[in-house]
Structures are given as C-alpha cells and as structure tokens.
Design a protein around this ligand. Structure first.
Ligand code: SF4
Length: 351
C-alpha cells in the first residue's frame, strides 16, 4: 500500500489524540497537563492553519509541538476559489487525495466534507462512484478537513454536510466520532449544533436505524433517485441489497425517534426517472411522514451518458409531488464555479 510506512512512523496529530492523550504528552515533557485543554480550546474556538496561529502557547513549546505532535494529519494540496464555493484538496499521509468544499449561500457558509477516499456505492452518474473505493477516512482526517478550511480561509462555517466523497454510513463509526467532536462545545469540540450537521446517504437501512438510536439531533438526507427497486438498482448498484421498502422503514423509524424532518434527494435524469407516473409513485412513498424533497436536475459529468430533463418536465414532476403535499424544491448548482467534483450531485442540493 502506498505510503504505509510513512504513515505508521509519523507522529500523531493533535486532532488524532484525545484530551487525555494530549495531557499525557505534555506531562511527559514536564509541562502542566492543562496545556492540553488550552491548546484544544484555542484550536476549536479560533480556527488556525498552523501552530503559528496558536498564540496562547509559548513559541518554544509550539516549535516542539510542530516537530513532535503536528496539529493536523492532512497536508494542504491545493484549492480553487469561485463565486459560490471554495474547493480544497488535502493529501493524507498515505498519499490519498481528499476533497472538501466550502459552499456559500446568502447568510450561510457550509463545510462539505468527504468521509471516504473514493466510494463503494457505485452510483452511475457520479465521478467518484465510477472510480471505486479506496479506504475509509479516520475521524481525525474528517475533523482536519473542517478545521483546516476554517484556519486557511479565516471563515467559520455555520453548517456541515457529509456530501463529499464517500457514503458516510458506510464509515459509520469514524463519521460519528468526528461528528461528536464537531458538535461538542469547546474545549471538547467545535460547538456546531447537531441540527446544522447533515448526513447524506444513499439509504443504508442498518446505518439509518443506528443513527436513529444516537442521542443526536442530526439532519438526514436520503438519496432515493427512483421510486421503484428496478430503476433504483440501475442508478445505485448497492441498492440491490436494500430494497426501497427497507429504506423507507428505516427512515420512518428515524423520523419517529428523532422527530426530525427528513430530506429526500432525487436527481432528475431525462427519460430514466422523470415521468409523471414515477412522480406519483414517489409521492405515494413520501406522503405519510414529515419530509421534503429536493429535485436535482442532472448536470453533465464527463463519461456519463445521462441527460438533464427539460424545464417543463422538472416542473411537472414537482407539481405532482406537491399534490401529495410533499414540499418540493428544484435545486440549482452550488460549487459549479470551482468544478466541485464528486458528490457534486449532492452538493447541488444545498441552498
Ligand atoms: S453519489 Fe455519493 S454515494 Fe453515490 S457513488 Fe458518488 S460519492 Fe458514493
């Protein structure tokens, strides 16, 4: 495996250590244990790109930390800023490239995070899905994405969405571990309200049921993309394992236990899933629980043979869903100006 040796011998980053582990490190250096709280509090409250910005610790100690306990695991590998989005690229210690995006809409800045390198779900309209799965991200790497975007841009995101590369519920434990830090108040974490954190999934029933049992008020977005198993299996190969009936049961359980309104995402592909009959079937599935639908007209992806439906077909689909009393929005692209690649279909649902 690439870079495995480097990654095994590299010093652990602050984001990979618990507060106790960091306190033990300081004690081992003859420093008071409370330095750990001091450092984490600064990191989670201020947003810094490097130790230079950690001004509540002496320069000498910062230099030792930089050599023996780096702040972050991920290295900056590039970025592109556009009008409505800023795409960031990070290099992991094993050489893997990870993408994150900050997306701006009036009054809101959202950090769109990746949860895996590649993705195993294989959605046929997605660039990442077409290139396969490489590995899960660790919680510390996910946290790095958020903190480094903040530190480097100087702008604190009010919201977090797991809509980058990967299926977050396929990497359940590490994603939840990262969310608990993002959600906890400083010095334990970044203090982002759970209702401002969205997990976007293709619909993995065991993961949705587990999520329903966490004591977290997260937002859930489910990509349905078709109201029947046959069409859905064509678009999302992994859905062959999880029939729509099971997905819907797990979402209703989530909705019942958390009392959260679920969002359904539906990418509209001309001639594939945009007929009136399919809109009626979808309305039938969604009408019995609190939810809303985001229709995402497909935007061309290189090497993908699907087309965007005409405006009239988009509006007709929306009108049918509204007859079933499902609040429905047609979403427009966010992040196109920086060619935000994978998960781009999902990111378009942000507004
Ligand atoms: S759309 Fe999302 S779940 Fe589907 S392959 Fe792409 S990254 Fe994976």
């Amino acid at each position: 495996m690439r870079g495995m040796n480097d990654s095994a011998t590299a010093p652990r980053s602050v984001t990979a250590m618990t507060e106790d582990e960091l306190a033990a490190l300081f004690k081992g250096w003859g420093e008071p244990a409370f330095r750990a709280t001091q450092l984490r509090e600064f990191l989670f409250r201020k947003g810094v790109a490097s130790y230079e910005g950690v001004t509540n610790i002496s320069k000498k100690l910062r230099e030792r930390l930089a050599a023996e306990a780096p702040l972050y695991e991920l290295a900056y590998a590039g970025g592109t800023a556009g009008d409505d989005a800023h795409k960031w690229l990070w290099k992991a210690r094993d050489g893997a490239l990870i993408e994150s995006v900050q997306i701006r809409v009036p009054g809101r800045l959202t950090s769109c995070l990746s949860s895996q390198v590649g993705c195993a779900m294989g959605c046929v309209f997605c660039a990442t899905g077409l290139s396969g799965f490489e590995r899960h991200l660790r919680a510390s790497e996910i946290l790095d994405e958020y903190l480094q975007m903040w530190g480097r841009s100087g702008e604190h995101s009010s919201h977090v969405v797991f809509m980058g590369m990967g299926e977050p519920l396929h990497n359940y434990d590490e994603v939840i571990k990262a969310i608990r830090v993002l959600n906890a108040p400083p010095p334990k974490g970044c203090g982002i309200g759970a209702r401002r954190i969205t997990i976007s999934t293709v619909g993995i029933p065991p993961g949705i049921k587990r999520l329903a049992g966490e004591q977290l008020q997260l937002e859930l977005a489910v990509s349905l993309h078709a109201p029947d198993d046959e069409t859905r299996a064509r678009l999302i190969p992994v859905s062959k394992r999880y029939p729509i009936k099971e997905v819907m049961e797990s979402v209703r359980e989530f909705s019942r236990k958390t009392r959260r309104m679920v969002t359904y995402e539906y990418v509209l592909l001309a001639g594939v899933n945009d007929s009136e009959a399919q809109a009626r079937d979808l309305g039938g599935l969604l009408q019995d629980h609190p939810c809303k639908a985001n229709l995402i007209p497909f935007n061309a992806v290189e090497g993908v043979p699907y087309k965007r439906p005409e405006l009239e077909a988009q509006e007709r689909f929306k009108a049918v869903l509204e007859r079933f009393h499902v609040p429905t929005t047609i979403r427009f692209s966010k992040g196109r100006s920086v060619d935000a690649a994978c998960g781009q279909l999902r990111r378009r649902s942000l507004a």
